[in-house]
Write a protein that binds this ligand. Structure first.
Ligand code: UDX
Ligand code: ADP
Length: 454
């Protein structure tokens, strides 16, 4: 079965870039991305591709190539569902903030709403693809809603989790390590394999049963987050013992069984996936009575929270146990470089801890909008200022904290920044990106995660 018409519900960080690349690579397939959020769709349709709602290196070019040809962004959800042979569900699945599983389980209300809408609108057979990360066995719930509320048409459910990382989304989509497709119906599976096989080598397209596919996504994120928490746990030990976490990471990473990637010690992982997916895994394990399994994975999140909180505590301690009234500049607000996404960013927690200590926070990030920082901080926003110029942000500060590893921070004229700060001038490098030797020569009191500041 050849797919001619794809609809994707949800024009966010996953749906937008993924569909843009599918449209780019399959010019004979019409791809329509729909969302309830009118402002978001308007931004995807903005003539000026610099204004796309998602910042990803290279995405502007992909959108410019395909948009209007076979890539469309629209708020007409019903129409797009009706026309499509294949529907991707790419809506958000945040951690549930109420009722049973509060703070742990995934909130599936947006998924369920989509399923009901698809069931109501569909007049012919559809392949429904889960793209959002979902708890294991969600496909079963989806199928039940579709079959019980539908108009008697057939629905085939596939799980096709997205492994792209933000900041490298286009690269990851163009050249994925693997594409995973879980399903039961061979014809449906093959039709999605055919889409990806247009540009992904066939041996990298894996097919499994639905449950393996759903669980693989949670497991991949849990393993990745665990590596970050593992190296962060060692970073604290390094600070006490005089070992250097970068040296340790390099030494262990050369063991081919461990490998060098994802061993960068930091102020803590953020992003919309890691914490949510682990908590989800913990909840699922608990719901099967697997308490040891649940406790094992929960520790990854506990360690991450500890890493964020000890970073803020260390700033207060180093600044003579008080930051009250002191200007502290935070460089970086996004959860990692090359994205404007701030979900679960460590910067948010660090800022809140410092605001609680009555610090005067000044924030600079090259891509995050002030309105986003305002949303992230809520009522605490009144205690901070956002600067559009980094040198301005650092002027007169007691201390600078590096929260995101933006490349431009490495290129700054640090002597000029030093000259404009109060003395002693402190730098807390939460990403280990600055040159320790050079910073010390300039005169900074420089502290990096994972090494003692002797
Ligand atoms: C992650 C997964 O990598 C991706 O496969 C999945 O589809 C979604 O979740 P993402 O959250 O976009 O992607 O970014 P990722 O590069 O994994 O980084 C997550 C967090 O870990 C960031 O805050 C990052 O700064 C931090 N991190 C990552 C470290 O602190 N150290 C590292 O060595 C790697
Ligand atoms: P992700 O990182 O998973 O892509 P986002 O929050 O960036 O998550 O994007 C999810 C998008 O899904 C949002 O833009 C939201 O408006 C949209 N959405 C949620 N529910 C629906 C729905 N029922 N119909 C259409 N769009 C929806």
């Amino acid at each position: 079965m050849k797919i001619k018409n794809i609809c994707c519900i949800g024009a966010g960080y996953v749906g937008g870039p993924t569909m843009a690349v599918i449209a780019q690579k399959c010019p004979d397939v019409k791809v329509t991305v729909v969302d309830l959020n009118e402002a978001r769709i308007a931004a995807w349709n903005d003539e000026d591709v610099a204004k796309l709602p998602v910042y990803e290196p290279g995405l502007d070019e992909v959108v410019a190539e395909a948009r209007g040809r076979n890539l469309f962004f629209s708020t007409e959800v019903d129409k797009a569902i009706d026309e499509a042979d294949m529907i991707f569900i790419s809506v958000n699945t945040p951690t549930k903030m109420y009722g049973a599983g509060k703070g742990m389980a995934a909130d599936l209300k947006y998924i369920e709403l989509c399923a009901r809408q698809i069931a109501r609108v569909a007049k012919n057979d559809k392949i429904v693809v889960e793209k959002s990360t979902l708890p294991v066995r969600t496909a079963e719930a989806l199928k039940s809603i579709l079959d019980n509320t539908g108009n008697g048409v057939n629905f085939h459910i596939l799980s096709n989790p997205e492994f792209l990382a933000e900041g490298t989304a286009v690269q990851d989509l163009h050249n994925p390590d693997r594409v995973l497709i879980g399903g039961e119906n061979e014809v449906a599976i093959q039709s999605l394999v055919d889409i990806y096989a247009t540009w992904v080598p066939r041996e990298r397209v894996l097919t499994t049963n639905v449950w393996s596919s759903e669980l693989s996504k949670l497991t991949a994120n849990a393993f990745l987050a665990q590596r970050v928490s593992s190296i962060n746990a060692i970073s604290e030990l390094c600070e006490k013992t005089g070992a250097d976490v970068n040296e340790v990471a390099r030494a262990i990473g050369m063991d081919s069984r461990i490998g060098p990637k994802f061993l960068k010690s930091s102020v803590g992982f953020g992003g919309s996936c890691f914490q949510k997916d682990i908590l989800n895994l913990v909840y699922i394990a608990k719901s099967y009575g697997l308490n040891e399994v649940a406790d094992y994975w929960e520790q990854v999140v506990i360690m991450n929270n500890h890493q964020k909180s000890r970073f803020a505590k260390n700033i207060v301690k180093t600044l003579y146990n008080t930051v009250s009234g002191k200007k502290i500049t935070m460089l970086g607000w996004a959860f990692k470089k090359d994205t404007n996404d701030t979900r679960e960013s460590a910067a948010i927690d660090v800022a809140k801890d410092l605001i609680a200590e009555e610090a005067k926070i000044s924030i600079y990030d090259p891509k995050v909008e002030t309105s986003q920082i305002k949303m992230d901080l809520g009522s605490s926003f009144e205690y901070i200022t956002v600067e559009s110029d980094s040198y301005e942000a650092c002027q007169g500060a007691h201390a600078i904290a590096v929260l995101t590893e933006w490349d431009e921070f490495k290129e700054y004229d640090w002597q000029k920044i030093y000259d404009s700060m109060l003395k002693p001038a402190f730098v807390f490098d939460g990403r280990n990106i600055l040159d320790k030797q050079k910073m010390k020569e300039i005169g900074f009191v420089y502290t990096a995660v994972g090494s003692s500041n002797e």
